[in-house]
Design a protein around this ligand. Structure first.
Ligand SMILES: Cc1cc2nc3c(=O)[nH]c(=O)nc-3n(C[C@H](O)[C@H](O)[C@H](O)COP(=O)(O)OP(=O)(O)OC[C@H]3O[C@@H](n4cnc5c(N)ncnc54)[C@H](O)[C@@H]3O)c2cc1C
Length: 474
């Protein structure tokens, strides 16, 4: 059977399902083809499950030090199965929510593997979608005026380091652990690796992070990544940087895995119960029929213009499958822009310097705009304002005084170039900085925004004053 649509979306992850909702709001007859579960990586294997585990780890770590707050508890015990049950019930509830939104928007869902066909009896242009249905029924043919490819990404491993799901894991398998290991080696000190290191250490797992670059979180501002390394080391996490893991050296026995790394001209060996590989993600471009189109692929990612159109102007691509910042809020924003472009709404392209990035470790990290080094490399003369959480009353009340906020500012124009935060709840506070960037606010304007007392957000007002050497409480 062949059904006509204004828009068919391949993949019902954050990019795909949000695009579908916007399309339905704009009156487009829309279908989503999803081979697994609506919500994609973010809901089932990414943002939500990992943040649920991080929250349990935070509660556990805080309860262990509850005496500091004058709260005495009997023995604090971790029930990891309950931790996992809680995670699953949050996922289920949000999954139901997404399904409800699809129904509300009258969006048709095809459960199966979608593939783009070339010119056919249905259409002279590539873009007809054939769906191999999960329930084994005959393939569906969808004839859309427009297509959005939002097939996402999957974990990558190192050549030769095979993921066996038992000893060598990616975040996919680690999220479903029924029992915590006593020790773990995390290969890769990027965002996912550092979130896991922080969470597992809070759960009392002995953690070693091995990172190839000179520093962990190499894309964050240097001062932030140095501070994070210091704080994680204080927590007992071992961090080895400038170290290249040697997959061929992997030895597994019944109780542990051992692996070597090239490090400062030597090859030290590391042992733990498990290895977690977090070295980036690969775009899902295989088996979706790209070869039947003129779509260009660069370095494995689908190439698009600023409105997310591929070389086939009626076929768009959004989210992890096009590379760039692989974040849920980026995927959904791209999906909205693609749909608005299809519907001739004249959307504004995304400016990457306005995208907030968050790391939900303990302490948290958040940033928007240029790092100090980026700004200098781009030729800006830079001035900086910094303010520590240790001088913020609410941080003392919370018992979380580590970290700081740093503003990177153009010395000539006073323009805000970047904001970098490490400390309590900064992932919830970065939106003020993102709004300031969107509105082109200067630190002077931020400092004239009255921040209520006592709040953690006062740190932003103080860091803005610090740009002019006028911070009040430090
Ligand atoms: C451990 C982890 C933690 C993360 N935490 C965060 C976070 O805190 N904040 C954040 O912003 N981002 C986070 N991310 C990243 C975020 O999950 C992704 O950026 C986001 O999910 C990308 O959305 P997407 O729609 O492009 O792809 P996905 O969410 O991967 O969705 C793609 C969908 O397409 C489906 N699909 C693929 N091929 C086909 C086909 N041929 N036919 C039909 N369906 C198909 C897949 O089944 C999938 O459901 C995290 C990722 C991981 C792995």
């Amino acid at each position: 059977m062949a059904t006509e649509y204004d828009l068919v979306i391949l993949g019902g992850g954050t990019g795909g399902y949000v695009a579908a909702i916007r399309a339905s709001q704009l009156g487009l007859k829309t279908a989503v083809v999803e081979k697994a579960k609506l919500g994609g990586t973010c809901l089932h294997k990414g943002c939500i499950p990992s943040k649920s585990l991080l929250r349990s780890a935070e509660v556990y770590a805080t309860t262990k030090k509850s005496e500091e707050f004058g709260v005495e508890t009997a023995e604090v015990k971790l029930n990891f199965l309950k931790v996992q049950e809680r995670k699953q019930s949050i996922i289920n509830s949000l999954h139901n929510g997404v399904q409800h939104l699809m129904k509300k928007g009258s969006i048709d869902i095809y459960e199966g593997i979608g593939r783009i066909l070339g010119p056919s009896i249905f259409s002279p242009m590539p873009g007809t979608i054939s769906v191999e249905m999960n329930n084994g029924e005959e393939n569906e043919m969808l004839i859309p005026k427009n297509v959005i490819v939002a097939t996402g990404s999957r974990p990558r491993s190192l050549p030769g380091l095979e993921i066996d799901g038992e000893y060598v894991l990616t975040s996919d398998e680690a999220l479903d652990l029924e029992k915590l290991p006593k020790s773990i080696i995390i290969v890769g000190g990027g965002v996912i690796g550092i979130e896991w290191a922080s969470m597992l250490s809070d759960f009392d797992v002995e953690v070693t992070v091995i990172e190839y670059s000179k520093r962990i979180l190499p894309t964050e501002d240097q001062e932030i990544s140095n501070e994070m390394k210091k704080l994680m080391t204080q927590k007992g996490i071992k961090i080895i940087t400038s170290a290249k893991v040697l997959p061929e050296s992997l030895v597994k026995d019944e109780h542990q895995v051992t692996i070597r790394a090239d490090h400062n001209g030597e090859q030290p060996s590391f042992s733990a119960e498990r290895i977690l590989v977090s070295v980036g993600r690969l775009p899902n471009i295989e088996g979706i029929g790209i070869e039947n189109t003129d779509i260009k692929v660069e370095k494995g990612y689908i190439d698009t213009n600023e409105f997310f159109q591929t070389k086939e102007s009626h076929i768009y691509a959004v989210g992890d499958v096009i590379g760039g910042l692989q974040l849920a809020h980026v995927a959904s924003h791209e999906g909205i822009i693609a749909v608005e472009h299809i519907a001739n709404q004249k959307p504004l392209p995304i400016d990457e310097t306005l995208i907030p990035k968050c790391i939900y470790s303990s302490p948290e990290i958040a940033s928007v705009g240029y790092t100090e080094d980026d700004a200098k490399e781009k030729g800006y003369k830079v001035k900086v304002g910094k303010f520590p959480f240790s001088a913020i009353g609410k941080a003392l009340v919370f018992g979380e005084t580590e970290g700081f906020v740093k503003l990177v500012v153009d010395e000539e124009t006073d323009d805000l170039l970047g904001v970098h935060m490490i400390g309590p709840h900064v992932t919830d506070m970065i939106s003020e900085a993102a709004l300031a960037k969107v509105l082109d606010a200067t630190p002077w304007e931020i400092s004239h925004t009255i921040h209520p007392h006592p709040t953690l957000s006062e740190v932003i007002g103080e860091a803005a004053l610090a740009v002019y050497g006028k911070a009040i409480h430090y």
